[in-house]
Ligand binder design. Structure first.
Ligand code: PEP
Ligand code: MG
Length: 971
């Protein structure tokens, strides 16, 4: 009984192919696109593709699967028939290239062998056929070297040695200056190298050559660089590589031949014109090797071969031939685009006046080009607007909003070995500046530079940053830290400010006292210049030229189109009117997180913030004592009563001092905070503004410098030592899990009350000026419903008081952050007291994983490298773990309060994949740093479209969303 054999080889030739792009997983990218081009009648040299399935089988058995031998032989016969040539023939030989090609692009990682089929007889045939003996022997020697290297693992050095010798003998500098005789000699030397290394003669049988070449390509799937490439680019789940066996065409068959690469549009700008490079009388490798400088493809119609003194045709004939080739290329470009409806990157070769296409694939492009191409293609009718919105990777948009390195200067710096180290790409954009090692030095240096005609910029280099560094960060153009992850202070603040930041760069060892820093073992001192790429995490020695952000008109159009599909709101995390204004310009629809602590660091305030913090613990302790005594008094009788009264008086006396200190500090801070909030309300004019009450641990604000402690002592009427002791007493072992967030609000209610008062008084003042205000007061770090009840009641009381005093009618909301895992679990209880939830996924991730967000730089990159985690969870929400808490929080909260407004304000709010997740679980909005607002807008639009398409497909109504469990399972 005959068994139907699996099809493992697919034939293609111009006008028809057995495969198509539908079989990409089976034929690999190159094979599928060769088939596709053949199907649309583009001039593809004929050939066949061996499937990735065959490769997979070979990987396990190290033998060809049953039937492959026969199918290859049969396809080869067909190829001989189609080309009317014969393998190994001495008059009309067929030669093929054998190339790898997986379903995902892995450029240059796997093997290729060209000119296969040449042997001692076929080389004579090729010489006759081409009329060029030199060319034929040149091909043969190239083939022996490539085959020897790729299929038999002989190092290229072994061959190069003979080439150098032969060049010396001939007295020439380049291989191209050698003649047929020299190449013949090289061929015999190469055969000798082959024999010496393999113990056998160079195989003359083309079928044997082909078999070994196919094995080599199969094997290259698992070579170290290919494995590494797949790791880095997270390429998973592929079967292996396909093998493409294709008739050779020669761009080096004299001056009527050429080779090149092209793009259907300019990959840098997106301009709709043929873009690319070519070389006359050359093979593909010559373009890549950079021995000769290729010319722009736009020069092709003017090509007259005038730079060659041995051209076979006249200048007029050349021009005619090459302009014909150019016109054909333009036609092909149009055909490729209308067929693929996307920009393509292709390889072509002209052989003695006939044009061939050797490859096409989706062209890589800059962010600016991606946007322009999507918009132009929609306007040209090639795709629709939805398609344009879906086509641009939202993460790329952010690059367009910041300064970048000039691409050629950066490439030069890399080739010169000026890249010193790599950290986490914490905030995009590029920066060049002088090193400052302390925030105050940065401020001084910036001020000094400011007075110069040509002021240099400053890069702040720190072990890690803290809120105290805010001034230095504000004047710096870039921030480099040795420690900290993607949600470390440096990263969060830099993103908020739209500044470049490389964080967690372990190779950086700053010594702020010596004002030096060692970067990967090289010593730098304050004032030395370095460059940072915040999009890649690279740190460079010396300056690299910068170019401005390119916000083209197409950018605005695309975002406008995106908004037509978007259903989820996009807000911003902004702490200052300046950031808020920037965010509104980028389309923010409100503030989702205003962190009030950053306002505390201004020079005029910090000493009163400190006074507030150092007096509050006494007030708290003594007030508690007082309360206890008052209770005791109410239950006491007789002489005991007197004693208690006495005690109460003493406590009241003790309390008076600290209370006065606290009250004066609060009284100083109240108008300052009010001013901040007024500024923000004014900018946001009518848009909702979520203001978070104080969150970080107190110690972050306290002075450790003896000089500052002494000054504070003077202000508070205390010895420096006492200040130092108080600072010390507030120290915590694990501050991120310590006395912070609403825990401060409960223990030091005066601080929260002052902030709430400032918010409401600012709202009243703005309302009086005719500005619409929508304040939302947010209480952080709630883990128990009772925490929220207490702080919310207190805040509500202050709000009502302010409104009653002013007579204003302002609608305000009080809500909470869900950032402690327990809050997500008991979200139904929490929702009783909250009018809104905002997921603080920075802390939620920290506490769910048990990873300190400030220390992840030391191990998370390795976790990602080794695939222990798919991504840095502080960068892209861990949807399967932390995501469950988020989904649960939304579901449980809404069960109690169906109209609960829900958003996210952790850094994930600007990460496209996380944004999409937020929509799937039913959030109303995401909030992210100003420069990520357009990213979030586009991602939110994409998920609306994607889900709608999915849902329409499932006959659901366009508005409904899948259940939360389904949303989590989907991820
Ligand atoms: C969070 O925890 O996600 C958050 C937004 O708050 P912060 O980063 O200020 O802790
Ligand atoms: Mg938090």
């Amino acid at each position: 009984m005959s068994v139907e054999r699996k099809k493992m080889v697919y034939f293609f030739q111009q006008g028809g192919a057995e495969g198509s792009t539908k079989l990409r997983w089976l034929l690999g990218g190159k094979g599928a696109d060769l088939a596709e081009m053949a199907n649309v009648d583009l001039p593809v040299p004929p050939g066949f593709t061996i499937t990735t399935e065959a490769c997979r089988e070979y990987q396990t058995t190290h033998e060809w699967p049953e039937g492959l031998e026969e199918q290859v032989a049969q396809n080869l016969r067909t190829l001989e028939g189609v080309t009317k040539r014969k393998f190994g023939d001495k008059t009309n030989p067929l030669m093929v290239s054998v190339r790898s090609g997986a379903a995902a692009s892995m450029p240059g990682m796997m093997d290729t062998i060209l000119n296969l089929g040449l042997n001692d007889a076929a080389v004579v045939g090729l010489a006759k056929q081409s009329g060029d003996e030199r060319f034929a022997w040149d091909c043969y020697r190239r083939f022996i070297q490539m085959f020897g290297n790729v299929a038999m693992n002989i190092t290229n050095k072994e061959f190069e040695r003979y080439l150098t010798e032969e060049r010396k003998k001939a007295g020439v500098k380049f291989d191209s200056q050698m003649g047929a005789q020299q190449f013949k000699e090289i061929v015999s030397s190469f055969k000798e190298v082959y024999r010496k290394n393999t113990g056998e003669d160079f195989p003359q049988e083309p079928m044997e050559q082909l078999r070994r070449a196919i094995n080599a390509v199969f094997g290259s799937w698992n070579n170290p660089q290919a494995v590494r490439y797949r790791e880095i680019h997270e390429i998973k789940g592929l079967l292996g590589t396909a093998v493409n066996v294709q008739t050779m065409v020669f761009g080096n068959m004299g001056h009527t031949s050429f080779t090149g690469v092209g793009f259907t549009r300019d990959p840098a700008t997106g301009d709709n014109e043929l873009y690319g490079e070519y070389l006359v009388n050359a093979q593909g490798e010559d373009v890549v090797a950079g021995i000769r400088t290729p010319k722009s493809v736009k020069e092709l119609p003017k090509e007259d071969l005038s730079e060659f003194d041995d051209a076979e045709i006249s200048a007029a004939e050349a021009k005619k031939l090459y302009s014909g080739m150019y016109n054909q290329l333009v036609e092909i470009k149009d055909k490729l685009e209308s067929h693929y409806t996307d920009m393509q990157d292709f390889e072509f070769t002209g052989q003695q006046g006939t044009l061939y296409m050797l490859q096409t694939r989706r062209g890589k492009r800059t962010a600016a080009a991606a946007v322009k191409i999507a918009v132009d293609m929609a306007e040209e009718g090639l795709i629709d607007r939805k398609g344009a919105v879906l086509r641009v990777n939202p993460a790329q948009l952010e690059q367009m909003l910041h300064k970048q390195f000039d691409a050629s200067e950066k490439a030069k710096a890399e080739s010169e070995g000026r890249e010193l180290a790599r950290g986490l790409p914490a905030s995009p954009g590029a920066a060049v500046g002088k090193i400052a090692l302390r925030a105050d030095d940065a401020e001084e240096m910036a001020a000094a530079e400011h007075k110069k005609d040509n002021p240099a910029s400053i890069i702040l280099v720190r072990e890690e940053t803290s809120p105290e560094d805010i001034g230095g960060m504000a004047v710096a153009v870039g921030i480099l830290t040795a420690r900290g992850g993607m949600t470390s202070h440096a990263a969060v603040v830099a993103r908020g400010m739209g500044k470049c930041c490389v964080a967690g760069c372990g190779a950086v060892e700053p010594d702020e006292d010596a004002k030096t820093v060692s970067i990967a073992g090289r010593q730098y001192k304050e004032g030395d210049v370095i460059s940072l790429d915040g999009s890649t995490g690279q740190v460079f020695d010396g300056p690299i030229g910068l170019v401005d952000a390119s916000l083209t008109g197409a950018f605005g159009t695309l975002i406008e189109w995106a908004d037509q599909y978007r259903k989820m709101g996009v807000r911003t995390n902004a702490d200052t009117p300046k950031d808020a204004r920037q965010a509104v310009e980028f389309g923010a629809e409100g503030i989702g997180l205003c962190r009030t602590e950053h306002m505390f660091f201004e020079e005029t305030r910090i000493s009163y913030v400190r006074q507030m913090m150092l007096s509050a613990p006494d007030v708290r302790r003594l007030t508690a004592l007082l309360r206890a005594q008052e209770v005791a008094l109410s239950q006491a009788a007789g002489s005991e009563k007197k004693l208690i009264e006495q005690r109460i008086k003493e406590i009241q006396n003790q309390l008076a001092g600290p209370k006065r200190l606290l009250d004066t500090a609060l009284a100083k801070l109240l108008p300052e905070q009010r001013k901040d909030f007024e500024g923000i309300f004014e900018v946001m004019n009518g848009l909702p503004v979520t203001i978070r009450l104080l969150d970080p641990p107190l110690h972050e604000f306290l002075p450790h410098d003896p000089k500052i402690q002494a000054e504070l002592g003077k202000q508070m009427g205390m010895e420096r030592k006492e200040i130092a002791a108080r600072v010390d007493s507030l120290k915590e072992l694990n501050p991120m899990l310590g006395h912070r967030g609403c825990r401060l609000g409960i223990t030091y209610p005066d601080i929260y009350n002052m902030q709430v008062r400032a918010i409401m008084e600012a709202a009243v003042a703005c309302a009086k000026k005719g500005i619409n205000v929508e304040p939302e007061i947010m209480i952080p770090l709630v883990g128990a419903a009772e925490e929220l009840r207490i702080t919310r009641d207190a805040a509500d009381e202050v709000c009502r008081e302010v409104l009653a005093d002013s007579g204003a009618d302002i609608h305000y909301k009080i809500g909470t952050m869900i950032e402690v895992p327990r809050a997500a679990l008991i979200a139904d209880e929490v929702a009783k007291y909250a009018e809104f939830f905002s997921f603080g996924t920075n802390d939620l991730t920290q506490m769910c994983f048990g990873f300190s967000r400030d220390d992840v730089g030391t191990f998370v990159p390795e976790y990602v490298d080794r695939e222990i985690l798919p991504k840095d969870p502080f960068q892209s929400l861990d949807q399967s773990g932390v995501g469950q808490l988020v989904a649960m929080g939304v579901e449980r909260g809404r069960k109690v309060r169906p109209d609960l407004k829900i958003g996210i304000c952790g850094e994930h709010g600007g990460d496209p994949e996380s944004v999409k997740f937020c929509y799937r679980v039913g959030m109303d909005y995401v909030s992210c740093s100003p420069f990520r607002v357009p990213v979030a807008r586009l991602a939110a639009a994409q998920i609306s479209i994607e889900l709608e398409d999915e849902i329409v497909g499932k006959l659901a109504s366009a508005k409904s969303r899948p259940t939360i469990t389904a949303a989590v399972q989907k991820t």
